[in-house]
Design a protein around this ligand. Sequence first.
Ligand code: PLP
Length: 968
Amino acid sequence: MTKINLRAVDRFDRRHNNSDQESINAMLKTIGVESVDQLIDETIPSAIRSQQELDLPEALSEFDFIRDFKAIAGKNKVFKSYIGLGYNDTITPNVILRNIFENPGWYTAYTPYQAEIAQGRLEALINFQTVITDLTGMEIANASLLDEGTAAAEAMGVFYSLRKGKKKKTANKFFIDSNVFPQTIDVIKTRALPIGVELIIDDIANVDVTDETLFGILVQYPNNDGAVNSPEALIASAHENDVKVAVAADLLSLTLLKAPGAMNADVVCGSSQRFGVPMGYGGPHAGYFATREDYKRQIPGRIIGVSMDRRGKKGYRMALQTREQHIKREKATSNICTAQVLLAVMAGMYAVYHGPKGLTDIASKINGSAKAVANGIEQLGFKQENEVYFDSIKVAVDSEEQKAAIKAAAEAKSINFRYFETNHVGISIGESVSVEDIEEILSVFAEVSGKSFDLEAAVAELEVSFPEGVARDTEFLTHEVFNKYQMEHEMLRYIKRLENKDLSLVHSMISLGSCTMKLNATAEMIPVTWPEIGKIHPYAPVEQAQGYAEIFTNLEAWLSEITGFAGTSLQPNSGAQGEFAGLMAIRAYHENNGDFNRNVAIIPTSAHGTNPASAALAGMKIVLVSCDEKGNIDVEDLRNKAELHKDNLSCLMVTYPSTHGVYEESIKEITQIIHDNGGQVYMDGANMNAQVGLTSPGNIGADVCHLNLHKTFCIPHGGGGPGVGPIGVAAHLVPFLPGNPLIAEAGGEKAISSISAAPWGSASILPISYAYIAMMGPDGLKEATRTAILNANYIKARLEKVLPILYTNENGRCAHEMIVDFRQFKSAGIEVEDVAKRLIDYGFHAPTVSFPVAGTLMIEPTESESLEELDRFCEALISIRQEIQDVIDGRVDAQDNVLKNAPHTAEEALGDWDHAYTREDAVYPNDAVRSNKFWPSVSRVDNAYGDRNLMCSCIPTEAYADEAEIEA
Ligand SMILES: *Cc1c(COP(=O)(O)O)cnc(C)c1O
């Protein structure tokens, strides 16, 4: 008789992990070990192994999780929020909601480093950049930043690095109009402090542009009050004095208002949230950043540009990569890596769907609705103070009591207004507003004033009319793409067409070392688009967000347990922001101890580029330590440098297991040396997938660590964002966790100023990681780590027969990833890039190329790939190795071969064929491909051509026809 189990019949962990016992047995045999236990013992040093099991709730099934989580989310009260502050209710077009936001074909893609299999999202990002440049009136825009606050902080950073002449030495002041959003000011404070920029926060009327020490100014348009004031005269006088001006602007308002670019602004930045992206209690949304072409080398983040492929066809790719921190390291001016690609894609598509006329109509409706509310409120005897406004009005009230009465009456009707500290109430209108909503808003004021209003009169004769000087008189979004997809069928097919050009996790494994591309399970994604999660304003009263509070409390506790730390902050919205947050917490801790000169950060040369870039942003002096030939940190070098700098040592930044894919035996000694010399240990937790349940940063002796929830904890990469980079900290750093100027509940007792614009960062995607932990349970999580190590060592065992594997431990084991060396093929003319591109012909995305060692691939399979998929991948690489041998042995032409010409498109294979090898060798190199072919939409894209002929927005197709001819 079989016993019946009434619980957990369908276990989630068995679907997430590679759990087939027969496969595991076969893999163990190939690796040459008896059991997974033995493999783990041979892989992870016993000194750092956790002695206890994770203390986490038992695993839930998918069904049980969704049921329980619905109840938690239900504790969030979905009010109508007219709070503004840069966040407004918006309507996500359903065709975008279902086919992008809820579609793994879009959300599981990686950052578009392999341009040939990323043309869909690259085109979508070019659309986004065009929306930004057209509406702001600027020359060049990037493909998103993390939020409005960080975009404004980047503007300050760019201006600071652009100082020239006399100003280069003396100018250290940045003026912020006090009428900029308070959370933006707070984020800038954090960035200004460590680099010695002095902020002047005052009424813009008081700015002295002739001040020799002033280098930049930030104003908001429309401003924090909602008033529209032209910055044109200010910009002109600032420029006369070599002072640059950034304008934080509401993107939608720019359909009606004069573009800041037309007023000569140097940078225009802000958020694209109201272009169809839910408020989500703070994020994620795409921040934007636009500037002059002259400053293109200083622009933070990624820029998508147009180039050509090998056959002269238009091809998009990421432009000007040499600006990025991966290359510039501590000389980088920004640490941004993961950005907000998925949200930028959505915002760009919102503009494609509505077109210039639709966007203008939406903006006009919003403006008209705000006017109607203002009319009604004036009928009721209140004074509305904004002379010129777009969507936000500011109502004067008599007293604190009256303000409180309005708040009570509004909340009784499930309405949130903004309550200024002065006797004012703000009302900011979003896209979804209806005439009934206007009536309801007015009824609140009617109730408090005891008077009545005439709705009909309030909504009669509304007109868009802005005074000369702020009225828009230029066209925008004239390009074809914004004018041909207004029918849903066309839109649906356009979205699908782009999706089909991109290779994502729905096609095959993406074994990117360090980036941990694991399963993003559907059940984890379901809550993200629930209204209880999406429709909450980040500055709604916290009592209305009790569901969120419960999610944060639990998730913080779980992550603290997993990291072995005392506290966690969920605020940073990327790994790099986590690094910056952690370093700033360390800085505050030292200063709190009276150590004002601890500013040296020791960083191994193998560190990810964001480490030195973040340390530089945190005002630290960087001291590099080398690695030995086995890839381990040179402990003697580290000891010498720690001792040399012991009086001003701030911290060590270390990745564990190392970026070389091994668990350094000496890690405890290393953390001890740093502590003995007065420093703190910052652990880069991008490799947490090799630790969960088996060891932890706390265990190893770290003081602070960021996690990439978009790596280890299942938030999809979204094509290059969103991400979440929470930091875990030891008890002595808990008081310094980042706060928020408007929400007292966020942050520690001695909180540092904000890292992100919203108190809990990208709150609406935290349910994904929550779901993962809840459904895996402590055993499933530990098994995931063990399986990730098993899968990696299996690949290693198969590949090491034909390719050298760099850096293994003394038992010959790798961690959860390994580096495969291709440098020895250079003499035959084969570069690692050729291998990366050839993998596309086999249906695979390349592993990480040339990090942390140039000329190598770093492979990380993760726990959620089956033996079948691992084998398919190994066989592709083994076959490519043979193709390389054919070149080395002279059996094929050194230039005209399958590697150099990879990837091959269908168009090429079906056209005139003039290669020394067959069409079949090109596109069907093995049987697995034959039955499941992914066709790249362009041939290899020419990066250098694109950088020489920089083009970063939609341009007419004819331009390429000419260039193609020149090429031919
Ligand atoms: C991914 C990664 C980072 C940066 O994280 P983002 O979320 O992209 O900012 C930092 N360090 C390492 C080792 C990484 O792999």
